[in-house]
Design a protein around this ligand. Structure first.
Ligand code: COA
Length: 147
């Protein structure tokens, strides 16, 4: 795992084929068509970092973290469509948990679209549990402690 590079971003944007996929990936905030500028729009935010999982130079997945004090927020998790269904999500989420710990976080939260079965299974397997913090009916809010 390494910090996401500018050169990774066009590849990652290319993994999002349409507005429905964009909604699953990033929620309602970015509008279609998805652009590199939208992907990079949080980079200057306090506590934000973007991470790439790579096979050599080739990026195969990414996630983003925002850490505020002891709380971390995991977002924009994605795996290269050509690599999906091979068990990469769980280790990617574990890398995110480890990174959040190194930033001093003691808890981590996320939101996921309720029908996103692969993502929800991966988060549950990594110890996330549902909370009542969801703000829309089609969204699950999840959280776990970081030991
Ligand atoms: C969500 C995502 C990261 C999962 O990555 P992945 O590498 O395909 O997932 P895995 O192969 O590790 O599978 C994770 C779990 O989902 C299951 N799964 C995988 N693909 C599935 C599918 N299409 N339908 C139902 N379950 C599926 C796996 O069996 C596994 O569950 P298990 O551990 O209980 O067997 C990937 O599908 C993705 O990038 N989706 C688009 C972006 C997105 O939705 N991001 C989530 C933002 S919250």
């Amino acid at each position: 795992m390494r910090r996401r590079r500018a050169a990774d971003c066009p590849t990652i944007v290319g993994w999002v084929p349409d507005a429905a996929a964009l909604y699953l990936f990033a929620g309602p905030q970015p509008s279609w068509p998805f652009t590199v500028e939208q992907l990079r729009s949080y980079e200057s935010r306090d506590g934000h970092s973007a991470w790439a999982v790579a096979d050599g130079e080739r990026v195969v997945g990414q996630f983003e973290l925002t850490v505020t004090g002891a709380s971390a927020w995991l977002s924009r998790v994605i795996v290269d469509p050509a690599e999906r269904g091979r068990g990469l999500a769980r280790p990617l989420v574990e890398l995110a948990l480890g990174k959040a710990r190194t930033f001093g976080a003691t808890e981590i939260g996320l939101k996921v679209i309720a029908g996103n079965v692969a993502a929800t299974r991966a988060y549950r397997a990594a110890g996330f549990v549902e909370t009542d913090a969801a703000d829309r009916p089609d969204v699950l809010a999840m959280r776990r402690a970081l030991d």
